[in-house]
Design a protein around this ligand. Sequence first.
Ligand code: FRU
Length: 741
Amino acid sequence: MKRLFTLLVLLAVAASCRERQVVIEDFESGNLDSWVVEGNAFVFCPKSGSDNPDVSGVKGNFFAASDFGEADASATFFGKMTSRSFVISKDYISFLIGGTGEGFAGRFVAMELLVDGKPVRSARPHGTDPNAMDWNSWDVRDLKGENANIRIRVDSLPSRMRIPLSRYILADQIIQSRKKMGTFNDMLTIPVTAREDYLLIPSSNSGSSSSLSILADGQNILGVAQNIVLAKDVKDYDIPVDISAWKGKTLEVVLTNVDDNDVTVKGLTQSDTRIEQYEEPYRPVYHFSPDFGWTNDPNGMVYFDGEYHLAYQANPYGTRHSNMHWGNAVSTDLIHWEDLPFIVAPDALGAIFSGSSVVDADNTAGFGANAIVGMYTSAGQGQRQSIAYSTDRGRTFTKYEGNPVLDDAEKQPNFRDPKVLRYGDKWVVCVAAGDVIAFYESADLKNWRKLSEFGRGIGSHAAVWECPDLLRFEVGGKEKWVLIVNINPGGPNGGSVGQYFIGNFDGERFVADPLPYPLWIDEGVDNYAGVTFSGTGDRHIFMGWMSNWLYSGSTPTLRFRNAMTLPRDLSLKHNGKHLFLASSPSPEVYAARVSSRTVDASLRNGRISVPEILPDNDGAYEIDFTVAPGKSPLSLRLYNGKGEEMLFTFDFKALTLTLDRSRSGVVDFHKDFAKKDILTHLVKRPEYKVQLFVDRHSTEMFIGDGDVCFTNCMYPTEVYNALELAGADAGISDLTIFNLK
Ligand code: FRU
């Protein structure tokens, strides 16, 4: 009797288990007769497990697979297979999925759920082993009762992709289930009640991308979904998201490509403090770096009402280039910056790329007299120029509802980085358009008319042009104009660099003087995308991004990545042959000097040794001296007790200065970092004033009141606290060391 009862119970359990799962397709028929197959990718499908012993996770014998092929061959496969329709009757649709999911290839394969022919759910292979199939489930509670189809696709590669990618997809056991199968989720919603000011999202410095949305009443408070790197097994830091406006409310944190066991899922916390830890070994002391996250170009630089505004290309959700926003920092002295909440966030027109700001004193745009108007590139499907304005001294910006205001996207895929200036009673904007600069004029910052283009056949065209600036100077009572154009790659020492042209601008077109172009603003490897502040009258204050696109994404910092250069005053000087653009440290920089000491500059055995640069050396200092050139080269070595060094060599005969940073500390994060021969050129002078600014991970050398500036980063594992100057016959004087804060 007892046995009979157990048997009945077991049968009942088995029946209910069966009911819990409805098979949509298990491919065990060995054919695709009930599927619509298009293209050539699924011609030999289904495949059998016995013929493909490398594939693991197969249920039964057959599974669906696009053709694997070698990379070259697989580039020519594409197509899709679509199931017959079925009614969604359970909470989940689950399936086994595999294939190439990591990196770029993952974008070109997908399994989708279609309702009315449109994809409503999508899954990509998520494992690290492409031949291992693994469970994935879609939560379809909201779609119950709908007629649906499954579609499995392999897309063709865009023609511009020169490297053929091996891309394929595997699938099996597509079922409707009451429960989720496995722990991986294409999309996971976690309810969180906002109690403190910031939601802290555990993140990692490396790994593949997921997306983050935070919904309040169905609206994404982040504007659009943001790319983040989840903390899978280990957290490197928390991403702080301001949720203070929603206190007491339950928000839905929506993550994609996430496993239930990821540290991020278990570790969401809240805090009233935004930045858990600001200090880290390479955090600059007297240069701007974002409190948290990634930065590249300086943007929207404008002086207004006693404050310098530095918007900057920012990713507030991680330390790599993604989700571009305009971050916002303010300073009254160009040295001490307060990092404020970001001011412009991505929207339906795209990410917020570089641009500039002006003060609209006469209310030409109608946003109010003295509104700060920022013009930036909306980088979405095509690049267009948009504007946003602030009437609260740059603390918050409102996007103009008529955006974009300048749209040539059809003609030009690379059309970006607008730099606006006032010319007489009109506005002029220079925009990088492919590898030339296009000029437009406007009366109101909203309606623009094209004036001219500059650049064909002159200067460096090693890549598209970016981040222009147009500056007016007076030289000997005459007007001269300088057009700055950034270019990446193409730098004389590799990667990113700023070039410039000297000439005339008549309000319509720029004409360059015949000079030996390309001319470089800074031949060091870490000064890019630099432009000047507007609103400073005849003074041209320049700041650049202190990194290089070659390796900026892998520099060994943790919670922030990359910083800006020191502010520099630009002027036009003569080198004996022609005018050139000189950069000297802006005088405001000297406010960072907190103490100084003069060092005995007499050579002993051809050397000056300073075994201790500063007693409590925090890595932030300035070394100044004057050198009267001798016949032999002069070397300047900054070093630490670990055998790490930055070695500069002046050759006064060849008029060159080289830097060897191959032993400067951590150099293995990118093959292009450890360079021996970063080269710049000296101007012939009877003596040279040298200023070397060091700030934890950067060096900026200025020579001869702006003749040369040379910006190069380094990542020593211990502060360089020793200096050696060696050159048998160089006359060194006025050797002074300043502690900077
Ligand atoms: C230059 C640049 C710009 C662009 C921005 C995107 O570094 O490529 O041309 O607007 O970065 O972040």
